[in-house]
Design a protein around this ligand. Structure first.
Ligand SMILES: Cc1ncc(COP(=O)(O)O)c(C=O)c1O
Length: 523
């Protein structure tokens, strides 16, 4: 069995649940280095750097600090070791396959990182005069050009910071377009039962009522149900394509036609664009707005909520309602403007204070240039091939949720094959950690019982896929052979054992509190 060799063992009392573990850490006495926060390593009176003596502070009066600020006092090696230890507690795409479905956890090419660190991109400030950042503006314009070309859409808003933020941008543009056309009474958004949670959440945030569209037995939008629910009250539909079951919505053109005939807009959730990039242009399918998660299709890093980028491409009908600023190119080069002269655009405002995430723009553009149009097409083909390879190699042991035909970029299994074994999807996923793999996406989409959504991406070789298949087949065999104990307590070889996920979600402890005798006056 492949074991995950990460970190040293933790104290048993630190494994009851995320919140409980944190309590143990903040006990502050005799902490193993593995468990301590950086504030708890060493004292406050040390520093890893030589700072010049502080200038006299006579003019600060009462504001002069009287108590230590409480910054961790570590030397450079101590600080480096702390963070390296932390990094080893985690699983990363740089360690092994990370088959988290719907997330497209592909390799982040190092070339992207090199480009993003070029001083002309990394050392600039959003308030710098535009004449001094012409290269950066040109890159944004070229990135916009690639995104428009790949999607077949005439406009793009670069600034949204993630997929969900892109959804917000798209729906705000749709709302603005309806209001401008005297259609502000349209207050309903339709979304399939398999939609990602951000779709209904975003629609509700914008003030819409969400109505579900039923799904057919083969995992697609039920056209009859869609038609029955469309009407003068519907502002938009939100449909993911390929959908969250890993299937192409083969009636997508008809979906667009019905939607437009009812006077509504078609928002496409483009989270799964990786499966079709270079092969299908959503604009040709009748899509009006679609976000593109640069951290999925275009290989920028997935950050814990940021910094990210989720540009939104817009149809001609929605283009005038794109958020500001707009990039234009004229006699004096590139410029970011709020209102084009002589044009009746009616932007609803900005999605963020400045111009979006430059570092992500550079990485995505580097990825596009290094692949070229043919390379991007191959990305989609290989992503789909890899997912179908996994589906084919696992379908005799595990039950595919939609056995008929090929899948797109992710293979979806349900938990019917686990029936009677005493092992659940969660147990199976946790046991995968002991095999050195990140679990697949579990229990999503909600329409599939005990869903296991596996997305290998195109960046995995056949050898790595085979390693994964061997591990999963061994686990599946063990589950069917009744080796329940191998699953129930899993993971056994990770830095932390099974956590109480409900406690962690419901009562997270997100704030560090100093131990009682630390020389800090207040929290
Ligand atoms: C189908 C789908 N839609 C929307 C999102 C939201 O994207 P983001 O996490 O970039 O906000 C995701 C994220 O995984 C997704 O899978």
């Amino acid at each position: 069995m492949t074991m995950l060799n990460i970190g040293r063992p933790t104290r048993p009392e630190a494994v009851d649940g995320a919140a409980g573990a944190h309590d143990t850490l903040t006990g502050g006495r005799g902490l193993l280095q593995d468990e301590a926060l950086i504030f708890e390593l060493d004292g406050w009176d040390k520093t890893g750097v030589d700072l010049p003596a502080a200038p006299p502070a006579d003019d600060l009066g009462d504001l002069v600090r009287t108590a230590p600020i409480g910054l961790p006092g570590l030397s450079e090696p101590e600080a480096v070791r702390h963070y390296v230890r932390l990094s080893q507690k985690n699983h990363a795409i740089d360690l092994a396959l990370y088959p988290l479905g719907s997330c497209t956890m592909k390799h982040n090419p190092r070339l992207n990182e090199k480009m993003a660190r070029l001083p002309g991109f990394s050392d600039i400030h959003p308030l710098q005069p535009q004449s001094t950042v012409q290269g950066a503006l040109e890159l944004m314009d070229r990135l916009a050009h690639w995104l428009k070309t790949l999607t077949g859409m005439p406009a793009v808003a670069l600034t949204p910071k993630a997929g969900a933020h892109g959804e917000l941008c798209g729906l705000l543009a749709i709302r603005a377009a309806h209001e401008a056309a005297g259609q502000g009474h349209r207050k309903t958004v339709l979304a399939p039962t398999s939609a990602h949670g951000t779709n209904p959440a975003t629609a509700a945030f914008v003030g819409y009522t969400v109505v579900e569209i039923a799904q057919t037995a083969d995992g697609r939008v039920d056209l009859a149900d869609l038609e029955a629910k469309l009407g003068d009250h519907v502002a938009a539909i939100m449909v993911t394509n390929p959908n969250t079951c890993g299937l192409f919505e083969r009636d997508v053109v008809e979906i667009a036609r019905l939607t437009h005939a009812a006077g509504a807009y078609f928002y496409c959730d483009g989270a799964n664009f990786n499966a079709i990039v270079g092969r299908v242009r959503p604009g040709d399918l009748g899509v009006d707005a679609m976000h593109i998660n640069l951290h999925k299709t275009f290989s920028t890093p997935h950050g814990g909520g940021g910094p990210g980028a989720g540009p939104v491409v817009l149809s001609a009908a929605l283009a005038p309602f794109a958020p500001t600023p707009w990039i234009v190119h004229g006699e004096n080069g590139y410029a970011l403007i709020e209102q084009p002269e002589g044009e009746a655009r009616a932007a609803f405002g900005r999605m963020c204070a400045f111009h979006g995430q430059m570092g992500m723009y550079v990485r995505a553009y580097a990825y596009m240039l290094s692949h070229g149009a043919d390379g991007l097409r191959q990305v989609a083909e290989d992503a789909v091939l890899n997912a179908n390879y996994l589906k084919a190699r696992l379908s005799d042991l595990m039950s595919p949720a939609f056995p008929e035909g090929p899948c797109m970029h992710e293979a979806l299994f349900d938990d019917a094959w686990l029936e009677g074994t005493g092992v659940t999807t969660l147990d199976f996923a946790k046991a995968m950690i002991d095999e050195g793999f990140h679990p697949m996406t579990m229990y999503f989409p909600l329409v599939v019982h005990g869903a296991m959504l596996i997305e290998p991406t195109e960046t995995e070789s056949k050898q790595e896929l085979d390693r994964f298949v061997v591990a999963l087949r061994a686990l599946a065999g063990a589950a069917k052979a009744g080796e329940v104990e191998r699953f129930k307590g899993a993971p056994f070889h990770a830095p932390l054992r099974r956590l109480d996920e409900t406690l962690a979600a419901r009562k997270p402890k997100l704030r560090w509190r100093p131990v009682a005798d630390a020389p800090l006056a207040a929290e």
